[in-house]
Ligand binder design. Structure first.
Ligand code: BDR
Ligand code: CA
Length: 310
């Protein structure tokens, strides 16, 4: 079976951890490497957490690289209040013993994308590493098969009224990525807020009892976070980053359209907003396929099935 080569750029992060476990349980995907960026928690945690998840899943063979420890031009704003000070609140894992690669993540991204033209880049944290790679080597925008990212929103943010965390944390980097000309699939909050891990999923994962299922329960069994008013009446908590792998495995379960997306980098009030021209109002050429909807039961079934795989 031909496998899709992917490169994951992440900031684990609870949902990043689930995304990594899902990707590792998807034989259709070949993970070429995992790069870490400062985001949900500082880089020292995100790179170590990426290695922790590799070890938990028996994948010490996967190379993990550390990248940028702060946004391009702003101080790092973490999301430790969501993910815990160590990034994996609920899941206690020993310090990793597998090596951290010596090469910088940005150089690994450039090298990998220059070596072949079939790689799908999957950023699920602030876009700092990706923007740095595109700045250092603009030719990779033509070589990357696709960038499938979690970030942004058509309507409404989760940090400010209009800004989603990954874009808000490094809006300047996001602007570079959206202006790069690379083919982009943007999976934002409009979509990820439809697919929640809630009581039914927790119960199913508890029954499954595999390593990945147990880890997901540890990371997501926080009923105090199940605030239906935030998620269209749905009960549970979004597993944002896993939607990126969900799209790779089953794009038919997702729906969106090609749009112009611009990132606000100047206004204090709307910093980090992804201005998505869904109705083609200003006539800018589309630069992203913006995913708005997901068949949530279909995606969640697939997620659970994969996490429950022994
Ligand atoms: C995104 O922000 C982070 O906190 C999550 O890991 C996800 O990538 C959701 O807005
Ligand atoms: Ca993330």
């Amino acid at each position: 079976m031909p496998r899709t080569p992917i490169l994951i750029d992440c900031d684990p992060g609870q949902d990043d951890a689930v995304m990594l476990m899902l990707a590792m349980n998807a034989p259709e995907l070949e993970i070429l490497g995992i790069t870490a960026v400062g985001g949900n928690v500082p880089l020292a945690w995100t790179e170590a957490n990426a290695r922790r998840i590799c070890e938990l899943m028996g994948r010490r063979d996967l190379p993990v690289f550390a990248g940028c420890d702060r946004p391009l031009v702003r101080p790092l704003v973490t999301a430790a209040h969501v993910h815990g000070e160590d990034g994996l609140m609920g899941l206690t894992l020993p310090a990793p013993t597998m090596v951290l690669q010596r090469q910088h993540a940005v150089d690994f991204i450039v090298e990998t994308l220059r070596a072949r033209d079939d790689v799908v880049l999957c950023p699920v944290g602030p876009l700092t590493n990706i923007a740095m790679a595109l700045t250092k080597a603009p030719d990779i925008a033509r070589r990357v098969r696709r960038i499938v990212l979690m970030g942004g929103a058509i309507h409404g943010g989760n940090v400010t009224p209009v800004a989603e965390y990954n874009i808000y944390a490094d809006p300047d980097a996001a602007a570079v990525v959206f202006a790069s000309g690379a083919p982009i699939v943007m999976i934002g909050l409009d979509c990820t807020h439809q697919a929640l891990i809630g009581p039914d999923q927790i119960a199913a994962l508890k029954r499954a009892g595999t390593t990945a299922a147990k880890a997901t329960v540890a990371l997501f069994d926080f009923p105090e976070r199940w605030r239906p008013h935030l998620y269209g009446g749905r009960v549970g908590f979004p597993v944002h980053d896993a939607c990126v792998v969900g799209w790779l495995l089953d794009p038919q379960a997702f729906a969106g359209r090609d749009c112009r997306v611009d990132v606000e980098t100047a206004s204090e009030l709307t910093l980090g907003q992804t201005v998505v021209d869904w109705h083609g109002k200003h006539g800018g050429a589309p630069n992203a396929q913006v995913i708005r909807d997901v068949d949530a039961p279909r995606f969640l079934d697939e997620l659970l099935r994969r996490l429950s795989r022994p």
